[in-house]
Design a protein around this ligand. Sequence first.
Ligand SMILES: [Zn+2]
Ligand SMILES: [Zn+2]
Length: 368
Amino acid sequence: MARRSAKLVKFNEPFDLVTDGIPSAPPGGAVLKVHFAGLCHSDVDISNGEKSHYSLPLILGHEVSGRVHSIDQSVDSSDIKVGDRVMVYAIHGCGVCSRCKVDKHTYCLNRVRKAIGFTEDGGFSDYMTVTDLSLLMRVPETVAMDTACLLPCSGLTSYNAVMSILPTVQEFVKDHGVPEDCAVVLVGVGGLGLWAVQIAREVLPDGIRIVCADRDIEKLTTAKAMGCDEVVHWDDNEAEDRLITVTTQACGRLGRAVAAIDFVNTSVTFSLVESILIWGGIHATVGVSGDTASLPLKSFTVHQHRAVGVLVGTQQQLKELLKLVADGKVKAPPITHHPLENAWHVLQDLRYGKVKGRAVLEVSKPSE
Ligand SMILES: [Zn+2]
Ligand SMILES: [Zn+2]
């Protein structure tokens, strides 16, 4: 039996399609038969050399679901067994510091950040090595495997973003008493934003007003269908003052947002969010855009804004999100399937904004 992989050998050059032997399970780890691997903007950044500190050759793919093919004999595998349907939590820190030990890998005290598909080979391959069984989470039969691969990255990041604004939103709702007046603005309703619309509806206080802003009208139509109350078109050709006015009007009676999550995270959206936030409101920034924003320190202080940077969440949060999905309360954004051979082509579509919803590689059929 052989393994097929799409391997990044040189930055900015199409993947090499490589065939080699199926690896054996590493000490303490497992090998997965990969079913689905999501394509993500981080993959675009790595492949075009923007994250050239990663060493090549590398098999990308950090959004992975599949079946356990083999497990290292020496490891206690009472939780995970050969044949289990699983998804992969891709990030791990040093594993020994006090933060890593309590599932806060992204806050590693030793500033170690390892990740499948970044610092070690990932899921653009039909067999993938996982060095630590604790990174695997079983997927219930009620959750489709193409949805499952997206949960540990885009789904979990959105979940973490919504959880990061939750205490502030609760505080406003408690003090004001009318949740319909308390608006949360979600900026950018691509893959992450569409998760967030539904997660916000489930997790934030009942009746809260959810407003979505995007430059793309088609995306706003999808967001509306997924449950937001108001949409505002952040047209690139419109003056900033005008965008601020229409957005604050959409926020309802308080005239400002009590919280905003910015999934676009550029200097333009950062500035807009600062302008639409209520006194004491919270501003969560998501996504590693590489842009630099300037913060008006006086109004930031005087208006008592809170700012928080959000990365992917914890494994405990992933469990909570999985439950919402298994219970049918949160659904994946529209997903398109592509063969492994087309990985590079689809990645270029993603790079140039031509992918709607999420694109995933169907590396092997879930029935295999
Ligand atoms: Zn991702
Ligand atoms: Zn650590």
